[in-house]
Design a protein around this ligand. Structure first.
Ligand SMILES: Nc1ncnc2c1ncn2[C@@H]1O[C@H](COP(=O)(O)OP(=O)(O)OP(=O)(O)O)[C@@H](O)[C@H]1O
Ligand SMILES: Cc1cn([C@H]2C[C@H](O)[C@@H](COP(=O)(O)O)O2)c(=O)[nH]c1=O
Length: 261
């Protein structure tokens, strides 16, 4: 990708970054599912360096944003999408559970279903979401920014009593993100945000949940890195949503730069 096709995000500051995990193992993304030929590389898309036939195969970037309930994921997802769009990038902002009929069932079902049933419902919705929304957008060269993804399952379904290996296995055929952002914060900050906004789910209403989720997301970040996923951990205790969004945009810019090297 030439410099003119990259969004101009280089002026952004690197704020709120805790740690970026650079995978040591193989990336599990199945790029062949997402490949599509274009005459020119759209803004915000990445030419795959070893594409057969000369490097004109492109894909959008798949970015996921996870973290404890009430930490600010939805606010940050919207801010990241806005930041990228203002740089001229085509963005698909989405979330899980998805806005498909199955996703709506899963979202409503979080109060009723638990354990393995919930883990299966969430995973089924993820496959529908991938087929109907995420992969088609990526194939068009659109960058996908998704509010909650596999990290949420590795935390919430495990806290709900399902073995982590089982959750991982249920998600075995799901694409891994190009960048998994984990937004975390001090427990007391999360509890304050939840109190002022109100809880969304049974998880968030359980006493001591914020502390458990904070710890579990840190552990999940390590697990994903060991599995070869690029993870960016950000501390939102004192940073504004815009500052977090800029840090994510900088990390995305770095991926584009690497992809075009
Ligand atoms: N960086 C921030 N600084 C201060 N307040 C924030 C920040 N990010 C989000 N908030 C506020 O915290 C509350 C929770 O934010 P948000 O709904 O985005 O969290 P969430 O992680 O998506 O929650 P849930 O997991 O329940 O969907 C909202 O009132 C939001 O305005
Ligand atoms: C992706 C995902 C979601 N959930 C649950 C957690 C919440 O109850 C809802 C999402 O609503 P929110 O407003 O974003 O908090 O779905 C889950 O249990 N596991 C998952 O992987």
């Amino acid at each position: 990708m030439g410099p003119r096709s990259e969004p101009d995000l280089r002026q952004l500051h690197d704020v709120g970054r805790v740690r970026e995990g650079l995978p040591g193992g193989r990336h599990r993304v199945r790029r062949t599912d997402r490949r599509r030929r274009h005459r020119a590389v759209p803004r915000g898309a990445r030419a795959l360096p070893h594409a057969p036939g000369g490097g004109d195969v492109v894909t959008g970037l798949f970015v996921t944003i996870d973290g404890p309930g009430g930490v600010g994921k939805s606010t940050v997802t919207t801010a990241v999408a806005a930041e990228l769009r203002s740089a001229g990038v085509a963005v698909c902002q989405t979330r899980e559970p998805s806005d498909t009929p199955l996703g709506r069932l899963a979202r409503q079902g979080t109060e009723t279903y638990r354990g393995m049933a919930m883990a299966c419902l969430i995973a089924a919705d993820r496959y529908v979401h991938l087929d109907e929304v995420i992969r088609p957008a990526l194939a068009q060269g659109t960058t996908v920014v998704c509010d909650r993804y596999i990290a949420s399952s590795l935390v919430l379904q495990v806290l709900d009593g399902v073995d982590r290996d089982v959750v991982w296995e249920l998600n075995r055929h799901a694409d891994m993100p190009d960048l998994a952002v984990i937004v975390n914060a001090r427990t007391e900050v999360i509890e304050k945000r939840l109190t002022s906004r109100g809880a969304h789910s049974r998880y968030e209403r359980e006493p001591g949940n914020a502390a458990r989720e904070c710890t579990a997301y840190r552990e999940t970040a390590r697990f994903l890195m060991a599995a070869g996923v690029r993870v960016l951990q950000l501390d939102a205790s004192a940073a504004s949503p815009d500052e977090i969004a800029r840090a994510v945009a900088v990390a995305i810019q770095e991926l584009w730069t690497r992809g075009s090297a």
